[in-house]
Design a protein around this ligand. Structure first.
Ligand SMILES: [Zn+2]
Length: 235
């Protein structure tokens, strides 16, 4: 069982979107988990076996209590009833209070489809009569991780203390980011990847007065109980 579950299309997605937040929640004492929907078998580099091993290593960097893989078909992820049901049963098992999904607009169809499947599976998971062998569980909150969508985040999590460890987790995917793969002539691959992610995290961190941040979108209005202690200064 986990408190926070991030559902993503491919191994190495959460390491680029909400990995820092997962690390921060883990350090606060919450149990964190990642459920990848595919093993990334359509990627031009690596193999499913290699990527699953790398996902395991990255999971250890993030100190996840759980990392699973649904082995749905990569690059042709489909929101079928069977897929939704399988996913819903996994959510019933893990009982997360918070589920992090990919934002609903994305370049890669698997990403926005994973968001849609995750949302619908969270709903199904809460139906008592869905399945006789598991208990109903509906997550309390769904957050959308929105790194590449040009949207204003509902909130940003300060991941300054976790950014380098998140990079270390991402670089566990040696088959994708190793020095031998398509290294550009100007920059070593690892340095290029580091700069790109640092720039994105700096941009979002800057919005809340932190060095590095991860943006999230929620569909509901955020509630504030104490306007005096609100963070992020106006001047
Ligand atoms: Zn992906």
């Amino acid at each position: 069982m986990v408190d926070v579950l991030a559902i993503a299309a491919h191994p190495d997605d959460v390491e680029q979107t909400c990995g820092g937040t997962l690390m921060r929640m883990q350090e606060m004492g919450y149990r964190t988990g990642v459920l990848d929907l595919t093993a990334g078998e359509m990627g031009s580099r690596g193999s499913p076996e290699i990527r699953l091993r790398e996902a395991d290593a990255a999971g250890k960097q993030m100190r996840l209590a759980y990392r699973g893989n649904m082995h749905f078909p990569d690059a042709r992820l489909e929101n079928t009833l069977t897929a939704r049901m399988t996913l819903a049963l996994e959510i019933r098992l893990r009982k997360p209070r918070v589920v992090i999904l990919p934002y609903w607009e994305a370049r890669h169809p698997d990403h926005y489809r994973a968001g849609e499947m995750g949302f619908e599976a969270c709903f199904l998971a809460g139906l008592k009569k869905l399945d006789a062998h598991s208990d109903a569980h509906r997550p309390f909150k769904v957050l959308y991780s929105s790194l590449y969508a040009n949207v204003t985040p509902s909130f940003v999590v300060d991941i300054t203390a976790y950014f380098e460890r998140r990079m270390a987790a991402l670089l566990c995917y040696e088959s994708q980011y190793g020095e031998s793969t398509e290294a550009s002539s100007l920059f070593p691959q690892a340095q290029e990847i580091h700069e790109r992610h640092a720039a994105i995290a700096r941009f979002y961190g800057n919005l809340i007065g932190a060095k590095y941040g991860e943006p999230f979108v929620v569909k509901e209005t955020m509630r504030v109980d104490d306007v005096v202690s609100m963070g992020v200064r106006s001047f």
